[in-house]
Design a protein around this ligand. Structure first.
Ligand code: Z5A
Length: 223
């Protein structure tokens, strides 16, 4: 109908620790949305294709060292350089599915010991996700999946502290933006089973889109 074509796209973010299956679910979701006739775009963070993204990539692969605050700001700058395109696409009715976002930015940097507020502030006023799905997997199941890769943060200690920081990030989202903006998803189980759980959680938001509810403007993160 004309009212559904006038609504903006939904901004959906996936977060989670290493090996939670988020990348698998993100690509399945984009396919499923397109089968349902929606236009969807995958936006991975870090976006390693830009000049800033290449510096981040070198850091993560331990090809370059960087001050903790400097790399934190680069992760944020990498989101800012994509922010206008995200807003534009949402306005044009395209649903954006982000594989990680500002919440990873806080959780991973705070896990290294940087002050929480320092980690949060640079992302203030970025496009506000309509919903963030935080995939949780028991550490035992995670350890049975493919071994940790070679990247900098892929150690048990780092993953443990990052999990604690994600809990604080979740509280902050709920406090500032309401409890509908953050949903934990049990990522234990088969790929289809988890996919159906995700689809079920997204249904109200996507139906709201059909009814034109997504015409309200995209908000600003932490504002
Ligand atoms: N980082 C940061 O510090 N600051 C920031 O601002 C941002 C990021 C944005 C790179 O991120 C690092 O950057 C990341 C955070 C930090 N460090 N860590 N850890 P990335 O997103 O580029 O990389 P990643 O998250 O480490 O990797 P990934 O490939 O996106 O992982 P994943 O999403 O968890 O996993 P997956 O590939 O979908 O699944 C993992 C394996 O499990 C794979 O073999 C699958 O086939 C398998 N799998 C998936 N689902 C299932 C189920 N249901 N059952 C069984 N097996 C499954």
């Amino acid at each position: 109908s004309s009212s559904s074509s006038a609504s903006r796209g939904a901004f959906i973010v996936f977060e989670g620790l290493d090996r939670c299956g988020k990348t698998t679910q993100v690509s399945r979701l984009v396919e499923r949305l397109e089968k349902e006739g929606k236009t969807a775009r995958l936006q991975k963070f870090p976006d390693r294709t830009t000049a800033i993204g290449q510096m981040i990539d070198a850091y993560l692969r331990s090809k370059a060292d960087m001050d903790d605050r400097a790399i934190h700001l680069l992760f944020s700058a990498n989101r800012w350089e994509c922010a206008a395109a995200i807003r534009r696409d949402l306005a044009n009715g395209i649903t954006i599915i982000a594989d990680r976002y500002a919440f990873s930015g806080i959780a991973f940097s705070a896990a290294k010991g940087l002050p929480f507020d320092f980690c949060l502030n640079p992302d203030t006023a970025l496009p506000l996700p309509d919903i963030t799905l935080y995939l949780t997997l028991s550490p035992i199941i995670a350890s049975q999946r493919a071994a940790f890769g070679e990247e900098r943060y892929e150690t048990d200690q780092m993953q443990r502290s990052t999990r604690q920081q994600f809990a604080l990030v979740a509280q902050e989202v709920v406090k500032r933006h309401g409890e509908n903006r953050w949903r934990e998803v049990d990522a234990n189980g088969g790929i289809e089973e988890v996919g159906d759980r995700i689809w079920g959680l997204l249904a109200p938001l996507l139906e709201e889109g059909q009814g034109g509810g997504l015409k309200r403007e995209v908000g600003e993160l932490w504002v």
